[in-house]
Design a protein around this ligand. Structure first.
Ligand SMILES: *[C@@H]1O[C@H](CO)[C@@H](O)[C@H](O)[C@H]1NC(C)=O
Ligand SMILES: *[C@@H]1O[C@H](CO)[C@@H](O)[C@H](O)[C@H]1NC(C)=O
Ligand SMILES: *[C@@H]1O[C@H](CO)[C@@H](O)[C@H](O)[C@H]1NC(C)=O
Length: 254
């Protein structure tokens, strides 16, 4: 009896993050966007994820060749956090759709394993913040849809790594109601103006060397904008980023 108890105590914590992912498989489907790469699909059924860091250790569903699955659809489920380890079952995912499933956050660690990702559609969820580095490992993306979320803060550099983008949708969010119909550049400007990153997000960007100079310029622009408005309620940026700020003024003068 004693032995059994000990086994349970040591195994339970390890198992508590384990998750079975339930797939209903579809063959090639009718689609309305760039069909060439649509093919076998796993559509999630009966999924409930309410805690972060849930790790998929089993896929339940019809037995298919998992290498052939290129599309992952999570529609009308409850997935507050993106589950980990899906890509080790489906290594060739090119399209991820998460619709109306209560997703609250999405970050680089969630998407990084999907290096072949071409389309990401995360419409009608509850995402509030997107970091600059979210797509750094998904440079083949051509379509992004974050419409109908609760976006408030978006990193300044979010679209920068994506050289193949042709379609972006940020309609019906708290901070923005626009897409890329006037071009990606115009949308980037709108995002930067309307969905300013939080100070935490800015500080994170500053730790990544590539973006440092451009980031400092944006902070300097924000500072002068605030000065022009004489907005005494706002905490001055140079008290928040003291050492950095001295550097940036020099950099911009040079
Ligand atoms: C989830 O895992 C990450 C590291 O992968 C860790 O930083 C974070 O604290 C974890 N969150 C929870 C709620 O366990
Ligand atoms: C991740 O998935 C693989 C199968 O593709 C599985 O062998 C492994 O146990 C899973 N990892 C965890 C931590 O569950
Ligand atoms: C988004 O950022 C704000 C401000 O830092 C924070 O209060 C909020 O909890 C964040 N939301 C999520 C879902 O992380």
């Amino acid at each position: 009896m004693k032995g059994i108890k000990i086994i349970f105590l040591t195994i339970l914590p390890a198992l508590s993050n384990a998750l079975t992912f339930n797939c209903m498989y579809f063959d090639k489907e009718v689609c309305n966007y760039n069909c060439q790469y649509y093919s076998e699909t796993c559509k999630a059924v009966n999924m409930i994820i309410t805690k972060p860091n849930q790790t998929v250790n089993k896929i339940f569903g019809l037995n298919r060749d998992k290498d052939q699955v290129h599309v992952l659809k999570i529609h009308d489920q409850l997935i507050r956090y993106f589950p980990m380890n899906i890509s080790s079952f489906f290594p060739n995912i090119e399209v991820i759709q998460i619709w109306s499933s209560g997703l609250k956050t999405l970050s680089q660690k969630d998407l990084a394993p999907f290096t072949q990702l071409r389309e990401l559609s995360v419409s009608r969820n509850e995402i509030e913040n997107l970091s600059s580095d979210i797509f750094e490992m998904n440079q083949n993306l051509i379509k992004i849809d974050f419409s109908r979320n609760r976006l408030k803060h978006v990193g300044y550099f979010i679209l920068k790594p994506l050289k193949h983008l042709i379609y972006v949708d940020f309609y019906q969010n708290d901070c923005i109601n626009h897409g890329s119909q006037n071009g990606i550049e115009a949308l980037t400007k709108k995002l930067r103006k309307k969905c300013k990153p939080t100070l935490e997000m800015m500080s994170e960007d500053l730790t990544r060397l590539n973006e440092r100079v451009e980031m400092l310029e944006l902070i300097a622009a924000e500072k002068s904008h605030r000065n022009r408005r004489c907005d005494s309620d706002l905490v001055p940026l140079d008290t928040l980023f003291p050492s950095i700020f001295i550097g940036s003024e020099n950099q911009i003068e040079n």
